[in-house]
Design a protein around this ligand. Structure first.
Ligand code: PHE
Length: 373
């Protein structure tokens, strides 16, 4: 079908109406193809009839066809711009920011008071040349007791009621004193396994693996089958210290712990050593620091000092010179080397440092309390 010159203006007018009504970019594209498409567009089709027209009509027809194309392209351009603007306006309206909303709180994580205390302990001992290491929480009877001079039936087991692990790896509650732990097989050895009651087994493990000089501090979890109260938990942390060298004495032990106390609590702390008993140290002692709240007087303006219970002293750790039998057991010569060991509770220090009155507050994971520290 051919198109007459007079129809070209109508074609442009129809196209302009349809273009102005195009609902979106896709509809607009379809109209662009239909009217000004290079192959099948109406204008192209009209121009293709040009050679069949009488020569004198060709210039006028060609000019009219080009004028129609310009009107249509201008209409496409206008509608395209309108559609893009409308889309932008919609986007802005849809994604509007409500500046009256309360801000989203940024919660910054931080260390648990127990972790903080362990880091502080290991930092202070690192300053005195002690390397921080860790050991297994599930331990052989051998390391937890036997190698520390606590054979089955030894009364020292009484204070270490603990949790035994049987061969299937499930836990069984038993009294260590009864020696009723289940046996499990390790490298041909049958022996009971338990959740360690203290970090002291690491004394033996470290000495087995290293030659003197040795200087380590070992923080870690320990377990005892005990009723909990304000100062006891069945799961708690200890830090163990061990130093072995050729000329170590009780004086070195005192100096190290004295320095530790002053760095941890500040001021001129006094230390009190009292004889104590541990099967794996000889001689053994209990170390206490003078109370950093009442300065050792036992009283504050409010009366009896709540921090030390009025005694003026804060018991901090058990300690002593490593027993010659333990040294021999790991192949050290007690005539050539000797050393000291100490072990104390981490929670106890954390309670003192944070003023926490009950050890259980550390493990209940109530963020209202933990975040207040
Ligand atoms: N392991 C002992 C306890 O838990 C403390 C201790 C450690 C004593 C090292 C002496 C030497 O009671």
């Amino acid at each position: 079908m051919t198109i007459a010159l007079s129809d070209l203006a109508d074609l442009a007018a129809t196209a302009e109406r349809e273009i102005a009504a195009a609902a979106d970019e896709a509809a607009l594209d379809a109209l662009r193809v239909r009217y000004v498409g290079r192959r099948e567009g109406e204008i192209t089709k009209a121009l293709k009839t040009l050679p069949s027209l009488p020569a004198d009509q060709r210039p006028a027809f060609g000019a009219a066809a080009n004028a129609a194309r310009e009107r249509i392209e201008a209409a496409l351009e206008r509608r395209g711009a309108d559609l893009r603007e409308a889309a932008l306006a919609r986007d802005i309206a849809g994604g509007a920011v409500d500046l009256t909303l309360p801000p989203r709180r940024v919660r910054v994580g931080r260390y648990h008071p127990i972790s903080r205390t362990i880091r502080e302990i290991t930092r202070i001992f690192a300053g005195m040349g002690f390397e921080a290491i860790e050991g297994p929480e599930v331990e052989w009877d051998y390391y937890n007791f036997e190698a520390l001079n606590i054979p089955p039936g030894h009364p020292a087991r009484d204070k270490f009621s603990t949790l035994w692990v049987n061969a299937e790896g499930t836990m069984e509650v038993a009294l260590a004193a009864t020696g009723s732990g289940r046996t499990i097989v390790d490298a041909g050895r049958k022996q009971p396994m338990l959740l360690r009651t203290h970090t002291s087994p690491m004394q033996i493990r470290v000495m087995e693996q290293r030659r003197p000089p040795v200087r380590v501090v070992v923080p870690g979890r320990c377990y005892r089958f005990e009723a909990t109260d304000a100062t006891h938990e069945s799961v708690f942390f200890q830090y163990e210290g061990l130093a072995i060298d050729e000329q170590l004495s009780m004086a070195d032990l005192k100096g190290v712990l004295y320095s530790f106390a002053r760095q941890l609590f500040g001021g001129e702390r006094r230390v009190r050593f009292r004889p104590d008993y541990f099967p794996f140290t000889e001689p053994s002692a209990e170390i206490a620091f003078d109370c950093f709240v009442c300065e050792g007087s036992g009283t504050t303006d409010a009366g009896r000092c709540a921090t030390c219970g009025g005694s003026g002293w804060i018991e901090a750790a058990g300690c002593g010179m490593v027993h010659p039998e333990a040294l021999r057991r790991v192949g050290y010569d007690p005539a050539k080397v000797q050393g000291f060991a100490f072990g104390g509770g981490v929670e106890r220090l954390a309670m003192l440092l944070t003023g926490t009155p009950d050890i259980r507050l550390f493990h209940q994971n109530d963020l209202r309390y933990l975040e207040s520290l």
